[in-house]
Design a protein around this ligand. Structure first.
Ligand code: SF4
Length: 491
């Protein structure tokens, strides 16, 4: 007799966590649902669809090889699929792990019999809420130190290893000159991959694995080839490497092929070997136990209307360049959009300081931009993107999450990338036909929002700079031309 149906969604693909932790091949049936609603709810990047679908199919096969009975069910929606399976096994309880989005949680509420608390993160939701209750503002740095202490990671008693919590200064170097970036690990397609790719009419890149073994190989490749040099250039953007020293682990972490505890354990074991500089070790750990956990916790901490916030009243439509790299001459933007077209991924700085910055400075509607980010990135779970876009990228939450907007002109991109030299625009200029659109729009953004940020002491320096500009009328005129040109795809 079947005791329970254990529902495994496509983003909880780990055999030791969630509903799988207590699953038994004798008593349980594993159910997975590939729903039409999920596949067609948005114009998803085909690399993303391929990755999710192929990873889920591989996972189902993996469980079958371990002796589980797996129903890989096709249905119009997840709910419809689960109801059909419940009818087939009327005596069995339907068990699910807490879902990764509010919408899916609501959809499943009425049909799931038992919900298992999620253990796909390092921070149980009640632990974060306890921490939040003790703090007036939820600054990531303070949460991160709490995590380091609580999880005893890179600690020397009560002090951080290396004598500092933060090595940002060492980890924000400009791209190095005459440097050879190691090639990223390539992942070859197998029969399942090819079948899914054919169904989608998609030619996958070799950037992503779709199996547990591939994800572990990626983890090992990062730890042996890139970890020691990860830190210094983690914010750099270069034209001759799409991956630099980044781990490329977020897609696997976000669908469960890797668990953060496994990644943390392997990284700390590598640190124990002694040749990973503390700045690199700390920079990686900060992403894994700090940012990733913080963003997930903030998603659940906020109400469901958080994603609808539009504190700066930004109403402009999405620019054509987001979907067409040829719709701009801005080398940074077109290069990054092309990279996304190819493999549905760029690292955190192009996302934040180029794409989100562009959306912020151009007054693009936050919800339209959020939907685009969700569609285009391979690792763009709802819990990742809502806080990252609404709170961080376009400052639409009025500063609840970040005390100041991540607005920057061309000078930042010029310092941190190799994009500007071949670009027809000049990052130093804010007016004139060859002025960098980022530089012009940065000052125009501050000008348009001066009143909003007037009481924010962290913006005092920028606003003082604005007041010193002698050519503000010309900047405003040029900004109007740039905004119109970007909207027409001619800048
Ligand atoms: Fe981007 Fe401006 Fe640099 Fe061109 S000059 S690459 S638009 S930052």
């Amino acid at each position: 007799m079947v005791r329970s149906l254990r529902y495994v969604p496509f983003d909880q693909l780990h055999e030791h966590f969630g509903v799988m932790a207590e699953a038994s091949p004798e008593h349980d049936v594993i159910v997975m649902v590939e729903s039409q609603a999920m596949l067609t709810s948005a114009n998803w990047h085909s690399e993303r669809l391929y990755f999710y679908r192929s990873s889920a199919r591989h996972f189902a096969h993996r469980l079958e090889h371990k002796g589980f009975r797996v129903h890989f069910h096709h249905a119009t929606s997840t709910v419809a699929g689960l109801l059909e399976l419940k009818e087939r096994y009327p005596e069995a309880q339907l068990i699910a792990t807490q879902q990764t989005s509010r919408a899916q949680t609501e959809r499943l509420e009425a049909i799931v019999d038992v919900t298992v608390p999620t253990d796909f993160f390092l921070t149980p939701r009640d632990v974060f809420e306890e921490w939040a209750a003790q703090h007036r503002s939820y600054v990531m740095e303070s949460f991160y130190r709490f995590q380091r202490t609580r999880l005893n990671v890179l600690m020397d008693g009560v002090d951080p290893v290396g004598g500092a919590w933060n090595f940002d200064k060492e980890n924000r170097l400009s791209p190095p000159k005459n440097y050879t970036w190691p090639a990223p690990l390539e992942h070859q397609l197998d029969d399942i991959d090819r079948e899914i790719a054919a169904e989608l009419g998609h030619t996958p890149s070799t950037a992503w694995a779709t199996t547990r073994e591939g994800a572990l190989a990626q983890l090992d490749y990062f730890l042996t080839q890139h970890f020691a040099t990860f830190g210094p250039y983690e914010d750099a953007m270069v034209s001759d490497s799409w991956s630099l020293h980044h781990s490329l682990l977020s897609p696997y972490l976000n669908i469960g092929l890797l668990h953060p505890r496994e990644v943390l354990g392997a990284a700390l074991a590598r640190v124990d070997e002694g040749d990973v500089p503390i700045a690199s070790a700390e920079g990686f750990v900060r992403q894994l136990i700090g940012w990733r956990e913080y963003v997930n916790a903030m998603y659940w901490h906020h109400d469901s209307d958080y994603k609808e916030r539009n504190g700066l009243e930004a109403t402009n439509e999405m620019l054509p360049v987001f979907d067409d790299a040829s719709a701009t001459s801005m080398n940074c933007v077109s290069s990054i959009v092309r990279d996304i077209d190819t493999r549905a991924w760029v690292h955190h700085i192009p996302r934040l300081m180029v794409l989100s910055n562009l959306a912020l400075l151009t007054g693009t509607n936050p919800q339209a931009f959020l939907a685009w980010m969700r569609r285009r990135f391979i690792d763009a779970a709802e819990w990742v993107m809502v806080p990252n876009v609404i709170g961080m990228g376009v400052h639409a939450d009025g500063g609840d999450m970040m005390t100041k907007p991540y607005a920057a002109g061309g000078a930042y991109i010029a310092r941190m990338s190799t994009y500007c030299a071949p670009c027809p625009y000049n990052p130093k200029l804010r007016t004139g036909e060859t002025a960098c659109p980022f530089t012009t729009l940065y000052w125009d953004f501050l000008d348009r929002n001066e009143q909003t940020f007037a009481g924010n002491h962290r913006m005092a320096q920028q606003l003082a700079g604005l007041r010193r500009l002698s050519d503000l009328p010309e900047v405003r005129d040029r900004a109007a031309v740039v905004l119109e040109g970007l909207a027409r795809g001619t800048v």
